[in-house]
Design a protein around this ligand. Structure first.
Ligand code: ZN
Length: 516
């Protein structure tokens, strides 16, 4: 009985303590070590996450606003910490009024509520700010309301970017020629957005719509990097050339779809690879009303600007002679991949490497030399993920990340894929519509890491038209290939890539291992 009374009493005390804390507005904040990428400079300062919102110290804000080319002048008086006046191009800020940016403070301090007042032009704003370590913090979202430009956290939690809506080419890059791939300047779910735009355009074009009726064009416009690799940057838009050549519709082979930068604003990245000249635009230049959302759509013949091809010449492949497609997964790997590529070069042979993104990150040069040797690169996801276990978005991310890394390494996109563990279903195929390939001969080289075993297995089991699975991740496999490749050549086998075999056999569908 006494126990019961005590526990009720204890609960009561706890509730009281909890309520007092809530009513006083005390909250635990979490320090974020923040870096502002600021027109070439990197500035470090202290910011906090409080209940999911990002807060900056008001004196840091004052400093940054003053330093932007927007020429905000900021009056910030250290004695009256709750007031700040922001004036465009007119104010005066005494230097001593603004603290030097620091990246310090407690990791999890307590934050108290406070009211902050900001004057800007004729407007007066009052916000709920926070006092942390005796200094005033403002919610970044509130600040952007005052100064009228997009100020937001993107890419990484620790990177804050001052981001003006992008309306012209010069807003986001001075060197459009340097940008040859979308991922160099776009971020987030941009492929999905572009793909939906293209879909809308097709729906709104009666002529094209009628020509396309009954044809399955979904895979050519799916949100996959390969489908949007041909584009042109104009002053205010990006024009995509969607390739419908394979559908053989007269007058509609490459269709241009133009999207204004302003519509892509959420997806244009402002990370280090892109010059942040957007900070240079004056506020007057940015007028939401003047932006039109028209999208050009025509069947005129267009000049191709950026063209990449992974197609290899087939003249060297004789359809009447035996051939075999050696495929190597999970690489590239230093000490292995180059042995295989060298052995292939000596007999004018080629193979297909289904690479993993994380390995490409480590050894981009190996991908490049394989491509230079005429080999084909296939997509084996970014981190060897079991695609069947992922969401639609997860599948796309895995595949696109790997694609982009291959492009960075070798200037080509992988046009085919192999699902890790051979694990694939309809959801995966709907998510990423590239041809997927498994194999019809499994050497089990990953299990039997013995060069003689792998050599004997390949030589004793080889037959015309096979797709043989191996892993260049294992040095034993590479050692086996140093002997097996010249031997296969001697036996009269042509060593071909998946694409080369597909051309000779009349399509991917006729290749063993093709995932239907
Ligand atoms: Zn694998």
């Amino acid at each position: 009985m006494i126990k019961k009374i005590l526990s009720v009493f204890f609960c009561f005390i706890m509730c009281f303590v909890f309520l007092t804390a809530v009513m006083a507005g005390d909250n635990k904040a979490e320090r974020l070590d923040t870096v502002v990428n600021f027109d070439g400079q990197q500035l470090k300062f202290t910011s906090y996450d409080l209940n999911g919102y990002k807060y900056m110290r008001i004196c840091d804000v004052a400093y940054l606003l003053k330093e932007t080319p927007f020429k905000y002048d900021v009056e910030y008086n250290t004695k009256d910490k709750n007031n700040m006046t922001v004036i465009l191009g007119q104010g005066f800020t005494p230097k001593e009024g603004i603290n030097i940016l620091a990246n310090d403070g407690e990791k999890n301090p307590t934050a108290k509520n406070t009211k902050l007042k900001i004057n800007c032009g004729n407007k007066e704003y009052t916000y709920n700010g926070a006092v942390i370590n005796n200094q005033n913090f403002i919610r970044i979202r509130d600040l952007s309301e005052v100064v009228g430009f997009k100020l937001r956290w993107r890419m990484y939690i620790s990177t804050l970017t001052f981001n003006e809506p992008v309306y012209t080419l010069s807003d986001f890059t001075k060197n459009p020629d340097d940008l040859t791939s979308l991922h160099q300047f776009m971020t987030g779910n941009y492929l999905e957005f572009i793909s939906n735009k293209v879909k809308d355009n097709i729906k709104n074009n009666d002529d094209l719509q009628s020509k396309l009726s009954g044809k399955d064009y979904s895979k050519y416009i799916a949100p996959f990097a390969n489908n949007y690799r041909n584009f042109k940057l104009t002053e205010d838009s990006i024009i995509f050339y969607v390739d419908l050549t394979k559908l053989k519709i007269q007058g509609w082979s490459k269709i241009p779809v133009s999207i204004k930068y302003s519509q892509l604003n959420d997806f244009i990245s402002t990370n280090d690879t892109v010059h942040l000249s957007l900070l240079m635009a004056t506020k007057e230049e940015v007028n939401e009303d003047s932006v039109t959302n028209t999208t050009i759509f025509s069947n005129n013949t267009v000049k191709k600007t950026t063209e990449y091809t992974t197609e290899t010449t087939t003249s060297r492949v004789d359809p009447n002679k035996p051939m075999v497609a050696l495929t190597f997964d999970d690489g590239p790997r230093k000490g292995s991949t180059e042995l295989i590529v060298d052995a292939l070069k000596k007999v004018d042979g080629r193979a297909t490497f289904f690479v993993v993104g994380t390995m490409v990150e480590q050894y981009p040069e190996l991908v490049k030399s394989a491509v230079e040797a005429g080999c084909q690169i296939g997509n084996h996801t970014y981190s060897h993920a079991n695609l069947k276990k992922l969401s639609d978005y997860g599948v796309k991310t895995q595949v696109n990340k790997c694609s982009n890394l291959v492009y960075d390494a070798a200037g080509v996109y992988p046009m085919i894929g192999r699902p890790p563990y051979g694990s694939i279903n309809q959801t995966v195929r709907n998510s990423v519509s590239i041809p997927w390939f498994n194999w019809n001969v499994d050497t089990l080289d990953w299990k039997n890491r013995n060069a003689d075993y792998v050599y004997n297995y390949v030589i004793n089991n080889v037959k015309d038209g096979q797709v043989i699975l191996m892993h260049d991740l294992h040095p034993t496999t590479a050692q086996a290939m140093v002997k097996a490749i010249p031997k296969l050549h001697e036996m009269g086998y042509q060593l071909v890539t998946i694409d080369e075999m597909a051309k000779v056999k009349g399509g991917y569908e006729n290749i063993p291992g093709y995932v239907k």
